[in-house]
Each structure stands twice: as C-alpha cells, then as structure tokens.
Design a protein around this ligand. Structure first.
Ligand SMILES: *Cc1c(COP(=O)(O)O)cnc(C)c1O
Length: 386
C-alpha cells in the first residue's frame, strides 16, 4: 500500500514509537494482574491530560461509542435533555439522546460561530428543567471550538449534568475538566492523541456516577453501559476483553503527548498561521469566529469540486485531506493539523501542495499560502511563542 501524508482531521499519523508499542507481545488481559496496573496507569495519564481527578474509563470502540455510551447510561426514558447544537456532531448528540427515550430540547446556535454563550444564558433563565445537556467541544466538520469553559459552569448553576464531546479537541485544545465542572467528557484515540483508531475514553464525575448507578430503569444495553466500569480495578474484572495492543498504543501516545510541553501552544500558533495563509490567498474559511486549533475548514472556491481537488492532492502529492459530510458535503475541504500532524514542516508541505493544485485548477490566489504560513511561524518562533 502507498501510505499518503495523512492530514485528515482523524485518523492522524501514528508515530513509530506508538506503532512499536502496539506490537508488544500480548498478555491475557483478564487474568494477568500486571495488565490491570498497566491499564490503571494509562487511565491516570489520560486524567493528567484532561486535568481531572474524576475516573477515566476506556471503551473498545471509537469516539462514537463514547457518545452513545454516555447517553445510554445517563438518560432514562422521559428525561428532559438539552441538546446544544451548532454543528453536525452537536445535532447528532440529540439523536442519540432520542434513541434512549429522552425528550430533547434543542438550543440551536449559528453554525458559522461558536455556541452563543449570552444567548444560552438568557435561554436558561426561562428553560432549565433539564437532567443533562449535550455539547461538543470542537465541531470537527466546521472547524469551530466552543467555549466549554464558560458554558459548562453556567449549566451547572442549574444543576444540569454536562456531557461534552471533546473527541477532536482533547490534546489539542485547553481542557480543564474539573475546573470547568464537566461531568462526562469523551475523547477518542485517533484525533489529537495520534493513536490508532479504535478506542474511546470518558471522564466521569461523582455526580454522573450517581445518576448512572441509581437509575429507576435498567440501562438499555450492555456494551454501551458505563455502569460495568465502576469497579473494574477493585474487582479485577473487565466487562469484556480489552484490546491489549490498542491500549499499549494509547498509553505510549499519551506518554508522548504529556512529555510535549508546547503541544497546545503549537496547535494554536499553527492553526493561526494556516488561517492567515489561506485568507491572504483570498480563500474563505467556513467559520467566522471561534476557530479550532486542531482543524481548519476552508470553503471550496466555486470553480473546483472536492473530488477534483482531493484526487489531485492525493495522486500528484501523496497528500490526503478531509472532505465533509451532511450539509457541508462538497462545500468545504478540511486540513487536520492535530496531534502528530501539528508539525510546521508537514503543514508547510501540505499548504504548498494545496496552493499548487488550486492554481493548476484555475483558481487565482492573491498570495502563496505556504509562504505566508512560513513567515508567520518564523516570526512566532523568533518571539519564542511556539
Ligand atoms: C471524530 C469525532 C467523533 C468520533 O467519530 P468516529 O467516527 O467514531 O471517529 C465524535 N465527535 C467528534 C466531534 C469527532 O470529531
């Protein structure tokens, strides 16, 4: 197989050390007590990454399993749930809640912007009888990061449990789970952590555990039930066999990330420079504010289709960028600059190819995207910012 330079907003490039860790010989994870320690240590590292003392559990499936497991375990039929929606994943959360019997109320916010915090504050004054609220930290399809630091404490003033999808933000954006009073926060292995796809992880507060373990109705699922994960360590029992190699890889990936003290700053500055380059060239971004530090969503110029652009990038430059689905399908192209892909030299190469291919398709650019990127980064490097 030809391996392209994978610059999609997940999965991301997996470092050789992580791949090596993944190929370590397996043990029997259910019987070997050493593995319980290894697993606990991995959860500990994830807690450190998320700035929380809450329990962290790891599930054997991608981020979506984490979202569904949170809804399945918290929601009882008839519960009022608030779905805060400013994009594809935000809205989708409401659909999961509906599957598990919730009465869902949507607070819909402009899809080109971060969630409207003051609008939400006003809304909550009149409407606050909710058991839980769902929201998304980074809306990956549109490239928007929401102010979860302001929103979660606001929801907690009304005693609303906060369920936050941070799959494409954790590791690339600031995240202070305890300080921001987030009850359930969901991450995935394949985005900013740059581990192989296959794992979801969730931090679960005491309050959330209370709701999960003291329900009137049983949890409508086994694989999606978080309840089985409360005492795995004390009982030395996993509800199902952990994917040993995926855990090996995840632990090494998180270890690498925790060692990298400049990761967040690098994400912020690289994302800023990418945007400057694109805008200087005359391209338009999908969001108008609240830009993500992990993914940039660019509007396709009218004269090119996603198909043409992405296949030329792939065939002529060996680069894979992301498209989008739902209402953004064929309207945007997405550059992932998260995790191991948040390296200036990689991003430079991608922008140079992007610039070249756009010109070859007849798009007139007002500046060289990569040159502007490089100028801004070198300026920041001189200032010691990144
Ligand atoms: C990637 C992602 C997920 C998980 O999707 P998978 O298909 O399971 O990888 C969930 N939420 C957001 C915001 C994501 O970016």
């Amino acid at each position: 197989m030809n391996i392209p330079l994978l610059m999609t907003p997940g999965p991301t490039y997996v470092h050789e050390d992580v791949r090596r860790a993944m190929s370590t010989e397996i043990v029997n994870p259910d019987l070997d007590l050493q593995f319980y320690e290894f697993y606990k240590d991995t959860c500990g590292k994830l807690k450190q990454l998320m700035n929380t003392k809450n329990d962290v559990v790891i599930l054997n499936g991608e981020g979506i399993l984490g979202l569904e497991a949170a809804c399945c375990s918290i929601i009882e039929p008839g519960d009022n749930i608030l779905c805060i929606d400013n994009g594809v994943f935000g809205r989708g959360f409401g659909e999961f809640a509906t599957i598990y019997g919730a009465h869902v109320t949507y607070f819909i916010s402009d899809y080109h912007k971060g969630i409207d915090v003051s609008g939400l504050r006003e809304f909550l004054k009149e409407n606050n009888n909710f058991k839980a609220a769902t929201l998304v930290h980074c809306e990956t399809p549109s490239g928007i990061t929401n102010a979860v630091d302001l929103i979660c404490p606001m929801l907690k003033e009304y005693g609303i449990i906060t369920i936050v999808d941070s799959v494409s933000a954790v590791g690339g954006e600031r995240l202070y789970v305890d300080e921001w009073q987030m009850d359930i926060v969901i991450g995935g292995s394949q985005k900013c952590l740059s581990a192989p796809p296959g794992l979801a992880f969730l931090s679960i507060s005491k309050l959330a555990w209370n709701k999960i373990l003291n329900r009137k109705s049983p949890i409508a699922g086994f694989y999606c039930s978080l309840a089985h994960w409360k005492t795995w360590y004390e009982d030395k029992w996993f509800p199902y066999t952990p994917p040993v190699n995926d855990i090996y890889a995840l632990r090494e990936a998180v270890r690498r990330l925790l060692r990298d003290k400049t990761a967040l700053e690098r994400h912020r500055s690289a994302a800023g420079a990418v945007r400057e380059g694109l805008i200087a060239a005359g391209l338009r971004l999908y969001p108008v504010e609240s830009f993500s530090s992990t993914v940039t969503t660019v509007m396709l110029p009218e004269e090119v289709s996603f198909e043409e652009l992405s296949s030329k990038l792939y065939e002529e430059h060996g680069i894979m960028l992301g498209g989008a689905f739902d209402f953004l399908k064929d309207r945007v192209i997405r550059i992932g600059h998260m995790g191991e892909n948040c390296r200036n030299e990689k991003i430079y190469a991608v922008l140079k190819a992007f610039d070249h291919v756009l010109r070859s398709l007849g798009v007139e650019l007002k500046a060289n995207i990569h040159t502007v990127f490089e100028e801004i980064i070198s300026h920041e490097l001189k200032r010691g910012v990144c």
